[in-house]
Design a protein around this ligand. Structure first.
Ligand code: ZN
Length: 231
């Protein structure tokens, strides 16, 4: 497991460059999936691929653009589980209690969208599942259940997923054409009801991977069958 948490990491994976700044309150990160087709170059020119761990650090912003929290996703190799850690900023502003938390299918967090963060599309759902609990194999791959916010507004979620990948071109990769985002909702997720477990509006959003150039023009997630604007 990597111990490089508070350092700037530049990781080249299959042609993609992921740059993350320090994990901490108010940190800024960018994640650029510049080339999601490793192996596209002719085989004759191929050099042995060194698989490096991928770490993505992101800031979750609220509907006023304020910093709500930070998250970190790490994966040691393609096919390995993804470790997910989500924690609050100094003042999260989130109401105490349970809040649905999901990976959404597009990497666009626009608080000025109508409704806020509608730009992120529906739940990441490459296998056309039904909304549910994270341990249900038929649920959306992006369903992460609930985040518990304490009375003082703090929260810490540490979980893993074997149903997503941070490697471009890998099965269920979050580094796909339209990118991906992490979303915290206003209300608890009942972990059953389509499309979003009755978890209400979108309270905080963070970009995991930005869309590739031009991706959002040809494919508009908010109108795709998997992207229901509610929730
Ligand atoms: Zn879902």
């Amino acid at each position: 497991m990597s111990s490089a948490i508070n350092t700037v990491r530049r990781i080249a994976v299959g042609g993609a460059l992921v740059t993350s700044l320090a994990f901490g309150f108010g940190s800024v990160s960018t994640a650029l999936a510049q080339d999601a087709t490793p192996g596209a170059s002719p085989a004759a020119e191929a050099t042995p691929t060194v698989v490096e761990p991928v770490q993505v650090t992101l800031t979750l912003i609220g509907t006023e653009g304020q910093v709500v929290g930070v998250a970190r996703l790490t994966q040691e190799a393609p096919g390995a589980e993804v470790l997910i850690t989500v924690t609050n900023a100094e003042d999260s502003g989130l109401a105490p209690g349970e809040h649905g938390i999901h990976i959404h299918e597009a990497g666009v967090c626009d608080p000025k969208a109508t409704p806020p963060f509608d730009s992120a599309g529906g739940h990441f759902n490459p296998e056309n599942g039904h909304h549910g609990a994270p341990d249900d194999p038929n649920s959306h791959a992006g369903d992460l259940g609930n985040l518990t916010v304490k009375d003082d507004g703090s929260f810490l979620l540490q979980t893993t997923s074997t149903r997503i990948s941070l490697y471009p071109g890998d099965k269920n990769s979050l580094a796909d054409a339209d990118g991906s985002s992490l979303m915290i909702h206003e209300h608890a997720d009942d972990m059953h009801t389509d499309p979003s477990g009755e978890s209400g509006g979108r309270a905080a959003c963070g970009v995991i991977f930005s869309p590739q150039p031009g991706a959002m023009q040809s494919a508009t997630p908010v109108t795709s069958p998997q992207a229901t604007p509610v929730g």
